[in-house]
Design a protein around this ligand. Structure first.
Ligand code: NAG
Ligand code: NAG
Ligand code: ZN
Length: 309
């Protein structure tokens, strides 16, 4: 009797332990599922509109119907709570940080931002451009109003707006990333948290008027449950990070398993017939040639966004 109870407990705990997802870099044998096996635990991860993707720049469709964004509260002084979530660290944003424009169907409020990085010397962006992976990627997660959680927003195909910035390695330090790196050093282990006082989102991202050029496609969250509710924006403009900062940032945190938190990115997913739009054409002539096609693809995109929810 006692022995069977013990067995039951053992298998219960074991099945709970196996129900954890991890990145490819993590060696946890049978106790966690790497990206190729996420769909076994989270069926939506095997869907047809998954992220991230490789953006093939000569196959994007130029669109004149992708206006700039309006950022609200990005220059305000805010206190940011940083928490190690076991798979990455989240920087929680207050309700006052909001977003509109950018051909998004509504107003969105910011929830949090986080980074995807590689390992020492290895790039770790999630999106790739013509197959090239960049050193790091910033994601700012926004939830459409009036939804108040990911769970509510996930039933709307554009319930979540994700803004993505790729980083490029520079000689000079990024002037505000050391604050971020120091905060990550305060949240080494799963569940630990700290506060960055008096920060402005505008310390790390440029003003909206400098961000006219971007890629847009419909996709998913890049971590389980892989909710297919995301209007993705990947800005052409890259953010700077020095090699010193890059070395430092990948060394601060640990996964929930205690291993160093490195290579935290999901491999790119098939496009499966989706179209990637770009807000800006390389040449004026190209714009004219693509104009009718643009009109068509934007209409199609909006039909998809509005009707197939
Ligand atoms: C940030 O936290 C400090 C100290 O707790 C507090 O005095 C300040 O009002 C907070 N600022 C904002 C914008 O909430
Ligand atoms: C991380 O810690 C939180 C508590 O802070 C816990 O609920 C969660 O299960 C932990 N994550 C993992 C993957 O162990
Ligand atoms: Zn992300």
């Amino acid at each position: 009797m006692h022995f069977s109870l013990y067995l039951l407990t053992f298998f219960y705990l074991r099945s709970r332990a196996t129900a954890e997802w991890c990145y490819q870099s993590q060696t946890c044998d049978d106790t966690c599922k790497d990206p190729s096996r996420w769909a076994a635990l989270f069926p939506r991860c095997g869907g047809l509109r998954q992220s991230p993707i490789n953006i093939v720049t000569n196959k994007v469709h130029f669109s004149s119907a992708l206006p700039p964004f309006s950022f609200i509260g990005h220059a305000d002084l805010i206190n940011i709570t940083v928490e190690n979530k076991g798979h990455s660290a989240h920087f929680a944003l207050p309700l006052s940080v909001r977003l509109t424009g950018g051909a998004l169907p509504g107003h969105y409020r910011a929830a949090q931002f986080h980074f995807h990085w590689g390992g020492s010397g290895r790039p770790g962006s999630e999106h790739t451009l013509d197959g090239e992976r960049f050193p790091m990627e910033l994601h700012i997660v926004h939830i459409k109003e009036p939804y108040s959680s990911l769970e509510e927003a996930e039933h709307d195909m554009a319930g979540i707006a994700l803004l993505a910035f790729l980083f490029e390695e520079t000689i000079d330090d990024h002037p505000h990333l050391d604050t971020i790196i120091a905060a990550l050093g305060q949240v080494q282990n799963n569940g630990s948290s700290t506060v960055i006082p008096n920060f402005r989102l505008s310390y790390i991202i440029p003003a909206a008027k400098e961000l006219h050029s971007y890629y847009r496609y419909v996709g998913s969250m890049t971590t389980p449950g892989c909710e297919q509710a995301v209007a993705w924006t990947v800005f052409h403009r890259m953010l700077p990070i020095s090699s010193r900062q890059l070395d430092a940032i990948v060394k601060q945190c640990r996964f929930w398993t205690g291993q160093p938190m490195t290579d935290i990115f999901r491999p790119t997913q098939p496009l499966d017939g989706r179209v990637v739009l770009s807000s800006k054409s390389g040449t004026a002539q190209k714009t004219v040639i693509h104009m009718w096609f643009n009109v068509f693809s934007v209409l199609l995109m909006q039909m998809i966004l509005i009707h197939i929810i």
